[in-house]
Write a protein that binds this ligand. Structure first.
Ligand SMILES: NC(=O)c1ccc[n+]([C@@H]2O[C@H](COP(=O)([O-])OP(=O)(O)OC[C@H]3O[C@@H](n4cnc5c(N)ncnc54)[C@H](O)[C@@H]3O)[C@@H](O)[C@H]2O)c1
Length: 228
């Protein structure tokens, strides 16, 4: 899919790639065998999360998407439908999506005061929630009652907490995403665990993806060598 010119120039496409490159592998590790995925927010990140989920969750059959902007929902479905062999459909409501998918993600707004769109009572044992938007879309009590609350960076979450995000305080953190992916800390230990894995995004991911792009570019004759 072609990105708009402005996004190519400001390298937003790189962030669009590297963000689901964290949350989706985490989802695959924390919820192997998931057949359903729910995406809240159908902008740049929502679209790329669905694209990656269809590639990285081998058992995925159905994706439900939800956005307050119906045009964004339709654009995501139109752009991605021809790509993977996975059915993507509009959820009837935020509640319907929350109750229909084993794995849920959100890429909406980052706010100090939680939006708390997804109510705690819509979430059940056994689900995996992988927000990339600072977790403000969810009732903060969901992270507290989760069997495991995992984050990409404890330091960064504590920094955001010190800036006034997570006004009720951070939930107890069981470990970092990288520790689970490396097998240092346990991921899902039983089918009925509720797991929340918040990935705020780390600059090291931009550097890692940028490095990979830089080393692949010459083989494709792409890029411009700049004198430093
Ligand atoms: N974790 C990371 O590394 C990382 C990286 C990039 C962006 N982000 C975050 O991801 C989020 C989305 O970024 P983007 O570039 O996709 O933005 P975007 O503007 O392209 O898309 C956001 C979408 O969310 C929708 N939305 C807003 N409020 C909603 C609500 N209450 N219910 C349903 N949908 C709602 C909007 O209509 C829009 O379509 C932002 O919060 C951004 O900070 C995180």
């Amino acid at each position: 899919m072609a990105y708009q010119l402005g996004r190519e120039q400001d390298s937003a496409w790189l962030t669009a790639m590297r963000t689901p490159a964290v949350t989706v592998p985490a989802a695959a590790a924390l919820h192997p065998g998931a057949t359903t995925f729910g995406m809240f927010g159908c902008g740049v990140q929502g679209r790329e999360h669905v694209r990656y989920a269809a590639l990285a969750l081998p058992g995925l059959e159905t994706v439900y998407v939800h956005d307050t902007d119906e045009a964004a929902e339709e654009a995501l479905i139109t752009q991605l439908r021809p790509e993977p062999g996975v059915r993507i459909s509009k959820g009837e409501s935020a509640e319907a999506v929350a109750k229909s998918a084993e794995v849920l993600s959100s890429a909406t707004d980052v706010l100090r005061e939680p939006l708390a769109v997804v109510k705690g009572e819509w979430i059940s044992a056994g689900q995996t929630i992988v927000p990339c938007d600072l977790n403000t879309f969810w009732d903060p009590r969901t992270s507290r009652r989760a069997d495991k609350y995992l984050v990409d960076s404890i330091e960064e979450h504590e920094l955001f907490a010190s800036m006034g995000y997570f006004p009720d305080g951070l939930a107890g953190i069981a470990g970092e995403t990288g520790e689970v992916l490396a097998g240092v800390k346990p991921g899902r230990e039983s089918a009925d665990e509720l797991i929340v894995n918040s990935n705020i995004g780390m600059a090291v991911c931009d550097i890692a993806v940028g490095n990979a792009i830089m080393h692949r570019a010459p083989a494709r004759g792409a890029g411009v060598r700049l004198p430093l």
